[in-house]
Design a protein around this ligand. Structure first.
Ligand code: IPM
Ligand code: MG
Length: 356
């Protein structure tokens, strides 16, 4: 098969990490008979520099016409002064919205060889963990009404959170479907003791749960969830939550795996077309120095094969090659023991390629 992939590298280290993932895809293509054809598009800071806007029309059109999108990350200090609607991050939000990608899957698991990089206590590390965060991605406070106005105490700003029953139902179904392929337990995270959107969220998730009698549902308040993630992460299987809570909790979940440089993500909608990106940012402080960890982007490419192209065997191969590089003790700077030698981005990608 021929697959058309829109390649949105973005800014900073992602020039390096996305190229590593493309090399992995090319190698998988050579040995499996599939062809992964990539077309580059601009988004984020580089698009602001080249065309004055973070998300050019051409990029949206190219992504819509492709079978899937591989994205790096956007942003950097150079564009921090831009007004809110022209910041590089707007490109990411615009793409998620234009492609209708309401489900964000963020798996986080502890790799056995990386136990020493986990900042948690030894008895917690010994239990390990393997969870799938399902984050709602096109609604909530990220996309609600916002603005500036004159308030009781002078000038003020506001952002609003709204969720419809339909939006909660479809993300809940995504979570329960994911749970059926795993350990059949869903933890729904909200702030139902304070927020009306959370009360609707909780009622709706509970109703959807009735369609899945084989999956257990637990509700948890977000503050407690933040605590439980570091207290006993092994209790989680699938976690489903709103856009903003998911943003915050997925960074927390990534840190207990040892490094945010390891975690991939998939953003999916009603079609097979998805957007795949590492959950880390553009890390401008180490950009261009060959010091980034390519694993999160390489694993994002594996998720693309799995979820958009149904190439399960090829996805497994990439994941096994990453496992084997880690098991052999190969480390980039973010996961190396203090003072221990570390591989650069390119060398780590080479090591993974050699194990494919
Ligand atoms: C993420 C990022 C984005 C988000 C930013 C860059 C807009 O933090 O993908 O987690 O908040 O969704
Ligand atoms: Mg985030």
């Amino acid at each position: 098969m021929n697959y058309e992939i829109a390649l949105v590298r973005g800014d900073g280290i992602c020039l390096e990490t996305v190229d590593s993932a493309v090399r992995v895809l090319e190698r998988v293509g050579e040995t499996s008979g599939h062809r992964f054809h990539t077309t580059p598009y601009l988004a984020g800071g580089c698009a602001i520099d080249a065309c004055g806007v973070p998300l050019p029309e051409e990029t949206v059109r190219g992504c819509l016409a492709s079978d899937s999108v591989l994205l790096g990350a956007v942003g950097g200090p150079k564009w921090d002064g831009m007004p809110g609607d022209r910041r590089p991050e707007k490109a990411l939000l615009g793409l998620r919205s234009a492609l209708g990608l309401y489900t964000n899957l963020r798996p986080a698991k502890l790799y056995a060889p990386l136990r020493d990089s986990c900042p948690l206590r030894a008895d917690i590390v010994a239990e390990g963990f393997d969870l799938m965060m399902v984050r709602e991605l096109t609604g909530g406070i990220y996309f609600g009404e916002r603005g500036r106005r004159e308030g009781t105490y002078g000038p003020e700003a506001y952002d609003t959170e709204a969720y419809s029953v339909m939006e909660v139902e479809r993300i809940a179904r995504a979570a329960f479907d994911a749970a059926r392929k795993r350990r059949r337990h869903v933890t729904s995270i909200d702030k139902a003791n304070v927020l009306e959107t959370s009360r609707l969220w909780r009622e709706t998730v509970r109703r959807v749960a009735e369609e899945y009698p084989d999956v257990t549902l637990e509700n948890m308040l977000v503050d407690n969830a933040a605590m439980q993630l570091v207290r006993r992460p092994s209790q989680f299987d699938v976690v489903v939550t709103s856009n903003m809570f998911g943003d915050i909790l997925s960074d927390e979940a990534s840190q207990i795996t040892g490094s945010i440089g390891l975690l991939p993500s998939a953003s999916l909608g009603a079609t097979k077309r998805g957007l795949y990106e590492p959950i880390h940012g553009s890390a401008p402080d180490i950009a261009g120095q060959d010091r980034a960890n390519p694993i999160a982007t390489i694993l994002s490419a594996a998720m693309m094969l799995r979820y958009s192209f149904d190439l399960t065997e090829e996805a497994d191969r990439i994941e096994r090659a990453v496992d084997s590089a880690l098991a052999d003790g190969l480390r980039t700077a973010d996961i190396a023991a203090p003072g221990a030698p570390a591989l650069g981005c390119r060398a780590m990608a080479d090591a993974i390629l050699a194990r494919l």
